[in-house]
Design a protein around this ligand. Structure first.
Ligand code: ADP
Length: 492
């Protein structure tokens, strides 16, 4: 039954079929105040450290969050060390695995609540959190649960043991998935953890703390401290931490690399990117259009592996752009909790301003700016319409720098060599996509790209068994797969 009134904005869509609002109704109450999770206890944190976290889709306050200072971080590290020494580090792998399976199953059971909280906190559509993030979160715990009793095979011919206490610092773009990427391999290998969520997306990590308690994970095995850069820095500097795993900006990655130099701490870094989407004339074009959109618009471009540069073979450039624009016109922008929404909100007002600034820089440097206009962008909240920048050069700021928003710079090429040269002409090297029906070309181009990940006729595809990570300024170390175990293991 369609109950829309004629004034409903969705009816004004030119490209998309009008649909009645379909809000996700799963109740997922947001706590008024979030503290920390230390030694198995939820602690309120200090009153004077409280800051406000905002809901991206409305710009309204969502909850108050306490920021941990060095003393609270120290308590968390001490709890992690004690849990490592007393119980977790020496526990048989098969026993550790049971906890991970239990956590995975509990995540599945509570996945709808988690998805709703994630969408409210991050701004991304429920379709993404429900159908992509949460299944991957559970899959990561299941996958590494399976490794826990097989670590003798993690590095062939070597005996291994855990590193100790891991400090893990994660960003806001995939809050729970990044927590899972970091926690699951660390726990499977017998390490204990102090995790710091991003300051704008603390909700699901604290719900995960509840789930860890429900799974009866021994106190102190996972500790969660909330806060911003200062809390992260206190964790990085703490002498009781043996390893730092970081996902975030290249800029902060550099700060952490400098801060840990000479400390003996192990490091893995998953940093920024400027992914290339290379579309050859012989590609399945509609499939490529979907992949390009998936790679940059479904997550509002807030993915370090976003395909933010589109390289189209010159002969099909005009036709491809035409198809792309027509498809963009059908995207629904708006309420992340509406099950029909394709494009949600940017995570914060700072991010909104950053993306708008980059679009303006592109315009000033001569780019033609095209924004899908069929779906109205909500006036409230942090929304940016999917944006194409054409007429850009390799040297333009918008082609070189990571924008982290729904902004796609469009370039063309004539030969595979030129495509490879342009794709590699960046300081980053995280992910790329190649679109062609010709397998030999696919392999030739994929192998020539300086990119930690290359997707063949696809984009943003993740699997816990498949290692993910970058080269050059996109970082080092891998998460996922057997390689994801290595940073958490010491060879004996
Ligand atoms: P983004 O998520 O935008 O890529 P950042 O790199 O700024 O952003 O943030 C990633 C994570 O790093 C967040 O959890 C943030 O609080 C944390 N962080 C920011 N500055 C520092 C710092 N100097 N030391 C440690 N962690 C930091």
């Amino acid at each position: 039954m369609n109950q829309q009134k004629p004034s409903d904005p969705t009816l004004k869509l030119r490209g998309a079929l009008p649909l009645a609002p379909a809000p996700e109704r799963c109740p997922a109450p947001v706590p008024e105040r979030l503290g920390h999770f230390i030694g198995g206890e939820v602690v309120p944190g200090r009153d004077e450290s409280l800051f406000t976290s905002y809901e991206p889709a409305t710009g309204e306050p969502l909850c108050q969050v306490a920021a941990a200072d060095a003393e609270e971080v120290d308590r968390a590290v001490t709890a992690a060390r004690s849990a490592f020494d007393r119980v977790w580090g020496g526990m048989p792998g098969a026993e550790r695995g049971k906890y991970l399976y239990r956590i995975a199953r509990r995540i599945q059971e509570r996945s709808r609540e988690l998805a709703v909280l994630e969408s409210r906190d991050n701004g991304k559509p429920i379709r993404e959190t429900r159908d992509v993030d949460l299944p991957l979160v559970a899959a990561h715990f299941f996958y590494y649960a399976g490794w826990a009793d097989k670590l003798d095979y993690a590095i062939p011919g070597q005996r291994v043991r855990p590193v100790g206490v891991a400090g893990q610092i994660i960003p806001w773009n995939f809050p729970l998935l990044m927590a899972a990427w970091k926690l699951a391999p660390a726990l499977a290998t017998g390490n204990t953890v102090v995790l710091k969520p991003a300051e704008t997306t603390p909700l699901t990590a604290m719900m995960l703390a509840e789930i860890l308690a429900e799974a009866e994970l021994p106190p102190g095995v996972v500790n969660i401290v909330n806060g911003a850069g200062a809390t992260g820095a206190a964790l990085v500097d703490h002498p009781g931490v043996d390893k730092i795993a970081f996902t975030g900006s290249t800029e902060v990655g550099r700060i952490i690399t400098r801060a840990t130099a000479g400390s003996g701490k192990r490091l893995t870094m998953e940093l920024g990117g400027k992914g290339a989407n290379i579309v050859f004339a012989d590609a399945a074009l509609d499939q490529a259009v979907e992949g390009v959109i998936d790679g940059i618009f479904f997550n509002q471009g807030q993915v370090c592996c976003a395909g933010s540069r589109l390289l189209i073979e010159e002969g099909i450039a005009a036709a491809f752009l035409d198809r792309l624009k027509r498809r963009i016109e059908t995207l629904r922008i708006g309420d992340p909790l509406d099950k029909n929404t394709d494009v949600g909100a940017l995570n914060s007002v700072e991010q909104l301003q950053r993306v708008q600034r980059y679009i303006e820089i592109g315009r000033r440097q001569g780019a033609a700016v095209w924004q899908g206009s069929a779906c109205p962008t909500p006036e409230q909240g942090y929304f940016v319409a999917p944006t194409l920048l054409t007429g850009v050069q390799q040297t333009d700021t918008v082609v070189r720098e990571e924008i982290f928003g729904p902004v796609l710079s469009v370039l063309t090429f004539r030969t595979p060599d030129e495509a490879i040269r342009k794709a590699n002409d960046t300081e980053y090297g995280l992910a790329a996509s190649v679109w062609t029906e010709k397998a030999s070309k696919l392999f030739e181009v994929a192998h020539a790209l300086n990119s930690g990940v290359v997707w063949a006729n696809g984009a943003n595809l993740f699997d816990p068994a498949s290692p993910f990570g970058g080269m050059r300024h996109s970082g080092f170390g891998r998460e996922g797969g057997i390689a994801g175990l290595w940073p958490y293991l010491e060879i004996q």
